[in-house]
Design a protein around this ligand. Structure first.
Ligand code: BDP
Length: 717
């Protein structure tokens, strides 16, 4: 072959490899994987519409916006789109404050709210108008996603306002780079090398978040370390804030309540002590000096050994208000967690937060949000909603979801969390009559709150693909989308994510969407069916441990939660038991109180049920349990088939990655099924129904398994 010809062949092969969806893809680019539009007609059409960009703004965020748009367009359209100083440009970037009514319909612009955007086709121009600079940035990411999905951009008329004001990630990251519940490597924050070295990953992290509307991040663990308030660490945090700012993201820190003692040398952290109050005021001033747009504090107090106001005979409002007063002059907020867990063992841990917080309703400052986990126990595969939602009408409550899957197979299992999030957000609390959904509580509309928020415990780590399992990227993405609009449907989100991540081939889209859509239900079936909960091995929470009964506290054991005995299984939370059911409004209480009518998915959460009780399915409880565990395993096998059916349409790197993780998931599902059935059978003393497999080993075998080096192992709970 002549050298020239050879060069062409090599170039052609290179291009084919680089731009083919089947080339290796390590997942680093997430859903922002801008590939050259492969439909030549559409490409030409886009090119004919888009030829230049004009921006009326010049702030840091506006510069990021223009840069994101230009680089995104270059990758998607395969040509450079220049910036123009003329308003005749084909894309106009502006904010509501600078726009003249000549350029866009006034009625639409006046509908814009903080961070919202309006994208609109006007003749041969596209206008992206943000309410503010961040809105403009979000509008740009929206336009780029339309191009990624190869949608028409000729008659655009999209008005979008976020329904929740503070859309925040919570990193449970320790300063030493371990992550409390991290399954994607270590913390991405390299405190040791900050502030001088700002890893480029921080910028990529910020743009990924901005692309889905996240506007805040708490970079430190809720089990907090007061060292973060030392001057040198404030400088390090400031360096991170500098990276986030151009993407409209505020930095927050967790505040260890005892910091005035540990760091300040005071002999008390009593929130009513003037010297303590002054210490926090001075510290806050110092932080704002370094980080003028600092978001505020997230606090875990009097929970799992963390210090708090109760040590001084004060309550949560006293503690939260002291910090709220410190940040108020700067516009900061306090996110005070309701995940309380006192030293005293409760008769039912599910009731504790409600009992401690409801009496304090109305006593918190205006800049305090109470951050409530989605369920009353702890991020289980499925929980009923937390009874606090709707029960504190005078206090804004923010949602805390866990994106990292501590109790859902962690970094290995494919479990599309958007279904879990959607189920929670759509649940009716009935507190103000029918239609009082959780979404309405947290978007402030139910009780007319202006201050609103939602937090997601991050699943991001040093793994090249950010989240360990590629499909876990969908959970990060879903959280952002639902934080912007808690009324979105999980199916739509799954479809969007798949298209942006794996491309537009309809077979791939339907397979991946299907996989995500069925996965949560299967996980519940093979881990915690019928309302069982907290039957996890202690410490790491990865595998099953329903037999755990010997722990320093009863509510750290598993037997506390399932209460299996010869008669039956399940936690009686009705009047005859802990009566936790009474913490819900009548409408919900009615749904839960009757064991014959309750949705089977919550049966054993609220009722202790006899093994031989006939259920609505026609099977006995024992048979149903066996059936559910097996359905979970079968479901994972179906997921494997679905994934394998698109083998030749996925790049080999991601294909293999997911395929091998699904093998682990199947192995684990079998482990859960066999271990749990072997254990519960010792109580039911009933045979495994005909046609279903016997556990592969005896109970002693499952009890003997231990995994001391599982990620996120904790010596405690
Ligand atoms: C539990 C985790 C623990 C966290 C705690 C929390 O097991 O590591 O510290 O929640 O939310 O889920 O504070």
């Amino acid at each position: 072959m002549k050298t020239n010809k050879l060069k062409w062949v090599i170039l052609a092969l290179y291009l084919l490899y680089t731009f083919s969806p089947l080339s290796a893809n390590d997942g680093y680019r997430l859903w922002l994987d801008y590939q050259l539009i492969d439909d030549s007609v559409k490409l030409e059409n886009y090119r004919s519409i888009i030829s230049s960009i004009y921006s009326s703004e010049d702030s840091e965020i506006a510069q990021t916006t223009a840069q994101e748009l230009a680089s995104g367009l270059e990758a998607l359209l395969g040509e450079q789109i220049p910036m123009s100083s003329s308003m005749d440009a084909s894309i106009i970037l502006a904010t509501a404050k600078t726009i003249t009514s000549a350029i866009s319909p006034k009625d639409k612009i006046t509908q814009l709210k903080e961070n919202g955007y309006y994208i609109h086709s006007d003749g041969d121009q596209i206008h992206i108008i943000g309410y503010d600079d961040s809105g403009m940035l979000y509008g740009v990411f929206r336009l780029l996603s339309l191009l990624q999905k190869q949608e028409s951009i000729t008659e655009l008329d999209i008005l979008s306002n976020p329904k929740i004001q503070h859309r925040v990630l919570n990193h449970w990251d320790n300063i030493d780079r371990t992550v409390e519940r991290g399954y994607a490597g270590f913390s991405i924050w390299n405190w040791h090398e900050l502030p001088e070295y700002k890893d480029p990953r921080y910028t990529d992290y910020a743009r990924a978040n901005a692309s889905i509307g996240i506007n805040g991040t708490v970079v430190t663990n809720v089990n907090a370390n007061s060292i973060v308030f030392r001057e040198d660490y404030i400088e390090k945090a400031a360096a991170l804030a500098d990276v986030f700012r151009p993407y409209g993201i505020k930095l927050y820190l967790t505040a260890r309540f005892s910091s005035p003692v540990e760091l300040g040398g005071l002999d008390t952290a009593d929130p009513l002590d003037p010297s303590v109050q002054q210490w926090w005021k001075d510290k806050t001033a110092q932080i704002y000096e370094a980080i003028p747009d600092f978001g505020g504090f997230l606090v875990k107090a009097n929970s799992e050994g963390q210090p708090g106001p109760q040590q001084y005979g004060r309550n949560h409002a006293d503690g939260a208000n002291m910090l709220a007063d410190a940040v108020a002059p700067y516009g900061g907020i306090v996110m005070w967690r309701a995940f309380v867990y006192s030293e005293h063992e409760p008769d039912d841990r599910a009731k504790q937060a409600y009992n401690e917080f409801v009496p304090l309703d109305g006593q918190f400052r205006d800049n305090v949000l109470i951050q409530v986990k989605n369920g009353p126990i702890d991020f289980q595969p499925r929980e009923p909603i937390h009874p606090l939602f709707g029960s504190m009408p005078e206090t804004p409550l923010m949602m805390e979801f866990q994106i990292t899957k501590e109790y859902l197979g962690q970094g290995t299992h494919v479990v599309g969390l958007a279904n879990l999030f959607e189920e929670v957000l759509d649940t009716d609390t009935y507190v103000e009559g029918k239609g009082s959904t959780v979404a309405k509580v947290i978007d402030g509309s139910l009780h007319d709150h202006k201050l609103t928020g939602i937090a997601g415990v991050a699943n991001v780590g040093t793994a090249r693909n950010w989240t360990g399992n590629v499909f876990a990227q969908a959970d990060w993405y879903s959280f952002g989308r639902l934080a912007w609009d808690p009324y979105l449907s999980a199916d739509d989100i799954f479809e969007d994510w798949t298209q942006l991540t794996f491309g537009l081939d309809p077979t791939v889209v339907s397979a991946c969407t299907e996989l995500l859509d069925v996965s949560h239900e299967h996980c519940v079936s093979y881990m915690n069916p019928l309302g069982l909960h907290h039957i996890f091995a202690p410490g790491h929470h990865y595998g099953p441990g329903p037999w755990i009964e010997d722990m320093p506290r009863a509510d750290w054991t598993c037997v506390y939660y399932h209460k299996a005995d010869k008669e039956g299984v399940g936690f009686d939370r009705t009047k005859s038991g802990s009566n936790a059911i009474a913490q819900y409004a009548d409408g919900l209480c009615k749904q839960y109180k009757n064991p014959n009518k309750i949705d089977l998915k919550f049966l054993l959460w609220f009722h202790h049920v006899a093994w031989d009780k006939k259920l609505s399915t026609g099977r006995t409880l024992w048979e149903e349990l066996c059936y559910e565990y097996n359905a979970g395993v079968a479901g994972v096998r179906d997921m494997q088939k679905t994934w394998m059916s698109i083998k030749d349409k996925i790049d080999s790197e991601r294909y293999e990655h997911v395929r091998s993780h699904l093998i682990i998931q199947e192995k684990d599902a079998i482990w859960w099924r066999d271990a749990c059935l072997a254990y519960f059978q010792t109580f039911s003393e009933m045979p495994i129904p005909a046609g279903l497999p016997e556990p592969a080993h005896d109970l002693e075998y499952y009890k003997s398994l231990n995994y001391p080096y599982s990620p996120g192992i904790r010596p405690r709970w």
